[in-house]
Design a protein around this ligand. Sequence first.
Ligand code: FCB
Length: 482
Amino acid sequence: MTASDTRPLTAVRSFPPGFLWGAATAAYQIEGAAAEDGRTPSIWDTFSHTPGRVFEGHTGDVAVDHYHRFREDVALMSELGLNSYRFSVSWSRVQPTGRGPAVQKGLDFYRALVDELLAAGIEPALTLYHWDLPQELEDAGGWPERSTAERFAEYAGIVADAVGDRVSRWTTLNEPWCSAFLGYGSGVHAPGRTDPVAALRAAHHLNLGHGLAVRALRAALPAGRPQQLSVSLNLHEVRPLTGSAGDLDAVRRIDAVGNRIWLGPMLEGAYPEDLLADTAHLTDWSFVRDGDTATAKQPLDLLAVNYYAPTLVSEVAEGAEKPQDDGHGDSEHSPWPGADRVAFHRAPGERTAMGWPVDAGALYDLLKRVSAAYPGLPLVISENGAAYEDVVGPDGSVHDPERAAYVHAHLEAVHRAMADGVDVRGYFLWSLLDNFEWAYGYAKRFGAVRVDYDTLERTPKSSARWYARVARSGELTAPDAG
Ligand code: FCB
């Protein structure tokens, strides 16, 4: 809540009919079946099998075995009252080499999943790329190479041909910032490269790939069916440590390389001038060809926002020691090219098990800011949620009031933004199930549903039962309201 909000917290807040109540997952985090039915390794298979990359050597080989248990998982979604489910497609499951013909068995899995969802009255929301590039494409240069963007558009067409008659909600990329800057900059994500120029090249080819994929989708999707095309960005709500000019400039830099590097090309058709200036000592950006940013700017039906925590920054004073923990994992290499003189701080107060501060007011501010910048473009929250140290009771149940309180506070912020005129169409909880949390392996649990990693048994946590009540009624009641 901001100081100016005087409405009582206990009041029931109603969401409009048709609001999407969802949960989200990603292929590599849940599917398992890593080598089945023709699937080949993605960069996350290679990375997780490389010693020292992922916590205790965890991999997604089995994950939570969703590939074999998807019917049970769709039944869980029904139990949770969800009317939409966001999942991603594993590129190397449907197109093992990242080029050429598709593998029908891989596509059959997604056809069956979509059919199961539709039969349960749950609307599928499909993300084409949630970080798992086919290893063969990385071997050919990965996202720093232009050809990867072209391959991505072909793959988009394949998936659209397979399920376009049944899926109308499409997201091209999930959090391209992480793909580019954690994957090729700090190296804490696959493929683990640490080259700032490669990271910037990757960012551009992700922008280009997005635009080419939107075009390919529009061409392949059946005419006459309403389509909702979007991209999911982890927009950073960046705040200055003090009001000094230096700290405000630090905000500007992180906003440029965190947010406007995507919003510029995708929504405005150009890279921000200050981003080009901030990174001019690294590259002249000659990898951007004429027409690329016009291609990146395709009409979108929605902008999907992933939000977890705000970012607090300051300018590093001359000769001062620089704290570099920005909440994105340990690396001596920065994921922020052109921002060497920016320090990251952890705001005091409540944190999740990721160490991320809990600040729902920042989500409100973010939604207001984005909707003011891009009026007429509806928003959806495609991820929001929290990891906590869940305690399992003797009967296997998990009582997780912190998670419910986190989600409640953020839904309250969404509702307040809507009441103040922001067009938000839905909310997807991250995540449906406990799962493989990237470099943290299975150590961090984000699920509404607990997964016992020995038996793979699923048990809804108390937060899931509360969320189900909210989703079914469309009324945001407090978690302890029974
Ligand atoms: C986001 C990712 C998602 C999950 C959450 C916690 O950055 O998109 O896969 O890891 O963070």
